[in-house]
Design a protein around this ligand. Structure first.
Ligand SMILES: Nc1ncnc2c1ncn2[C@@H]1O[C@H](COP(=O)(O)OP(=O)(O)OP(=O)(O)O)[C@@H](O)[C@H]1O
Length: 260
């Protein structure tokens, strides 16, 4: 598979108010890209549009031959409900659902892979723990184990290292770098600019509109960062609607579809 994921004039709105505005460019296969920008810049919205959870109000996302099963997605921790009575093992096995048979049965091989994935994130022996009993860092490790089991070609991470300690961050960052080494396409929303500069070759800097997209050393320069901040400071939440010239009736509102 060697086709990029292309964004063409992508605009995503919430009730016609643009959260992502006229973004164009491409994620090359096998690239490792950070999405950076101020709070409310549209970073999470952009990820959701890439996986198809939100529909464009204007423009498009061209995923080529990729299907939903090719995408592994880690939402922001705040979007994940943790008080379901579900074990660590079952949470991880959800990553293998695409391999399960017609009756949702998992193979012995899947169970072994789940154990391996748990060991790979440093949580061997945690299978029976209730997810509600885990620390934030342990839970994030479980979600990474689920992604390992899912074995997706494209991996989207929304603030994967927020509110977790340095050791966990380092361990999970190693997994991200391994995914990149395997040739997967990885896109991660990040707030830590040192992390972006240190480990992510490509950056997409957004402040609702694109500020820069390309090599990290080119994009993360002081001018662009000042520009992004200034664009955020000038946001007018009461600005008029975003009305595309020719808007198909079925695209009038960004529509939420069932999340993973
Ligand atoms: N479900 C929603 N309904 C209406 N507006 C929304 C919704 N989700 C996000 N927004 C708005 O869209 C804009 C972009 O939000 P988004 O969460 O994509 O930003 P972000 O860059 O990920 O922010 P942060 O860094 O704070 O997580 C914000 O103004 C936000 O208030």
């Amino acid at each position: 598979m060697s086709v990029p994921i292309r964004l063409d004039n992508l605009t995503v709105t919430y009730e016609r108010h643009p959260a992502v505005h006229h973004v164009s460019g491409a994620f090359q296969p096998g690239s490792l890209t950070a999405i950076a920008g101020p709070n409310g810049a549209g970073k999470s919205t952009l990820l959701k549009a890439i996986i198809g959870e939100l529909r464009p109000a204007e423009g498009s996302v061209d995923r080529g031959e990729l299907t939903r099963n090719d995408f592994g997605y880690l939402p922001q921790a705040a979007d994940i409900v943790r008080h379901f009575p579900i074990s660590v093992a079952d949470t991880i096995m959800l990553g293998a659902w695409k391999n399960s048979g017609a009756f949702g049965r998992f193979s012995r091989a899947d169970a072994e892979r789940a154990r391996d994935a748990l060991a790979a994130v440093g949580l061997a022996g945690f299978e029976r723990r209730h997810i509600g009993s885990l620390s934030a860092g342990q839970f994030q490790r479980v979600l990474f184990a689920r992604l390992l089991l899912q074995d997706a070609r494209i991996i989207l991470l929304d603030e994967p290292f927020t509110a977790i300690d340095q050791r966990t961050t380092r361990d999970l960052l190693d997994i991200v770098l391994r995914w990149h080494g395997d040739g997967r396409t990885v896109i991660a929303v990040l707030h830590d600019f040192d992390q972006v500069r240190g480990h992510f070759p490509e950056t997409l800097l957004i402040a609702r509109e694109l500020v820069g997209w390309g090599r990290t050393e080119d994009v993360m320069n002081p001018d662009n960062l000042i520009k992004a901040r200034a664009m955020a400071e000038h946001w007018d939440e009461d600005a008029g609607d975003c009305a595309p010239e020719r808007e198909p009736a079925h695209r009038k509102l960004a529509k939420r579809e069932p999340a993973e």
